[in-house]
Design a protein around this ligand. Structure first.
Ligand code: HEM
Length: 512
């Protein structure tokens, strides 16, 4: 191969056999076509042969058309897909790429059984929340906090209960007070602050859990993580790292480190508690479990902040929808649930025993989790090696798969009248029942906390906190929706956005 310049001055390439020279434009066109062909081949290779949703029939443009249709009316499009799909699988396109949604519960159970070497959960979470960029590289890649939450944190719940009850009562008293007449309150904010206080009481102690600036920063950080992850996902990794430095998420992360730094440093220096004993809070548990590379002030602060993200808005959203639903069906449920708590108090107090004896509340929480959780994608797994469903459908390496909660939580083969809220649907009775049916028990068709190999390890703490707040509210207050109002939820592509602004009328329970 030799290069030369033609008389017209064009750059050209001629081969040794002196075949007709190619103009630079032809070379560029060939390179471009080669690039496009390679791109299409790679796309074809990692795209499962599964029904595309809303792509239309135009070649090439299909994913863009699908993206626009999904943004315009995601629920309508997905319901159409559910009606058309004959194998419980559909392919959707978003600005950030394509996903396979699984609406068949048996297939969900099947994919959740696959090991991480085939369908990877952490990569799915890292993709969803962009964890290495938003919350820190270590949080996304050295996940020692998961066994800490599953083990020592969960085992401490009973011992921590008096602290959690105390913090809950103080928070509700400060935020709602004792209104004799109806007072309009933004329920979401009250619950978010209360959950934040309770969780941080046992994560880092009273100095922080009652510090409004610290709590607001933790709550704002969680929101910033969600927004930032949506914004940076389409970019290449090298650019995400740069971009994120200029976004509010980084400011909140650094602020968290400034708050927690001295406290963590004292612990690293071996500080004991006021009784001269080794503390048992989250910081200590993390220090004990952290690999050496993570045992530094910034890394540990990052980890505490990440667990705040995992705890605060998740628990708040789940509980707020429970409370909205009760407000809407107050006549039917409020007295029954309140009496159950009253009958189980110990010396007038909510205790571990009280919380362990509330089957009606457990059922109500579980049903609310089923009914109010209408997300379009949960339990994302990234395909590392080709995965084949039992019907032969292949998910090739490079694809991403998730469960269609909207369909699974309303599966008519599992739930009678699935579109009706029945607070006592899960109330079990009779000698054959060995285990109470609570929100912490996961399954493919009820996965508020995920299911399979990676269910949420914080679910026992989260449900315990929810039961404490719910019981305390029932003992102290009545609450109801203002006439003509109801929670307004919406979607941004697959993301379900709850109502965080609705005001409900609250007043004090009066004797008799
Ligand atoms: C109502 C509140 C909560 C909800 C709805 C919730 C939901 C979830 C879900 C859906 C998953 C992913 C499961 C999967 O992909 O299969 C998850 C994972 C996780 N959650 Fe929660 N969560 C809540 C509270 C908490 C709390 C309080 C903590 C910490 C104390 C926590 C820590 C975690 C961790 C560490 C993981 C990753 C587990 C793993 O990769 O194996 N969560 N959570």
């Amino acid at each position: 191969m030799a290069t030369s310049t033609t008389e017209s001055g064009d750059f050209s390439i001629a081969n040794a056999a002196n075949m007709s020279p190619l103009s630079a434009y032809q070379v560029l066109a060939a390179v471009f076509l080669g690039y496009v062909a390679l791109n299409r081949y790679q796309y074809w290779k990692k795209t499962p042969k599964v029904m595309p949703l809303g792509f239309g029939s135009l070649p090439w443009l299909g994913p863009w058309i699908g993206t626009v249709r999904l943004l315009r009316d995601p629920v309508k499009l997905i319901r159409e897909g559910m009606a058309k799909s004959n194998n419980g699988l559909m392919r959707i396109a978003t600005i950030q790429g394509e996903y396979i949604l699984v609406s068949d519960r048996n297939k969900v159970a099947e994919y959740l059984r696959a090991p991480d070497s085939v369908l990877n959960a952490q990569e799915g979470a890292n993709d969803q929340q962009q964890i290495p960029f938003t919350m820190g590289y270590g949080v996304g890649h050295r996940t020692y906090h998961t066994p800490v939450v599953r083990g020592p944190i969960t085992q401490s719940i009973n011992a921590w209960t008096p602290l959690l009850v105390d913090e809950c009562c103080q928070s509700l008293e400060e935020m709602i007070g004792s209104p004799r007449d109806h007072k309009a309150i933004a329920l979401y904010d009250v619950i978010a602050m209360t959950v934040g206080r309770m969780a941080n009481r046992v994560y880092v102690g009273t100095d922080f859990c009652r510090n409004k600036e610290y709590l607001s920063n933790a709550a704002d950080y969680a929101q910033a993580v969600v927004i930032t992850s949506e914004m940076i996902r389409p970019f290449p990794s090298w650019f995400k790292g740069i971009l994120v430095r200029f976004m509010p998420v980084m400011r909140h992360r650094k602020a968290g480190e400034r708050f927690l730094g001295p406290y963590i440093q004292e612990r690293l220096n071996g500080k004991l508690d006021e009784f001269g004993e080794k503390p048992t809070d989250l910081v200590q548990r993390l220090i004990d479990a952290a690999p050496p590379i993570e045992r530094t002030v910034p890394q540990l602060a990052e980890r505490v902040m990440a667990l705040n993200v995992a705890s605060i808005h998740t628990t708040t959203m789940t509980l707020t929808s429970v409370l909205y639903t009760l407000a809407a069906e107050r006549e039917k449920y409020q007295e029954v649930l309140r009496n159950e708590v009253l009958e189980n108090l110990e010396d007038g107090q909510v205790t571990v025993k009280t919380l362990g004896n509330l089957p009606k509340m457990e059922s109500f929480l579980r049903e609310s989790g089923r009914f109010n959780n209408n997300g379009l994608m949960a339990m994302q797994r990234n395909v590392k090696k080709d995965f084949t469903f039992s019907d032969g459908t292949v998910l090739p390496a490079g694809a991403k798969v998730g469960a269609l909660t909207l369909a699974l939580h309303r599966d008519p083969e599992v739930y009678e009248n699935p579109d009706v809220f029945d607070g006592f649907r899960f109330l079990q009775s009779g000698p054959s029942v060995s285990k109470p049916s609570t929100l912490v028990n996961t399954r493919a068709s009820l996965h508020v906390f995920g299911h399979g190999r990676h269910p949420c390890p914080g679910r026992f703490l989260a449900v315990h906190e929810m039961k404490i707040i719910f019981s305390t509210l029932l003992l102290q207050y009545n609450w109801e929706l203002a006439p003509g109002t109801e929670p307004k939820t919406f979607y941004i592509a697959t993301m379900f956005v709850p109502d965080t602004k609705l005001k409900v009328g609250v007043n004090l329970v009066t004797e008799g």
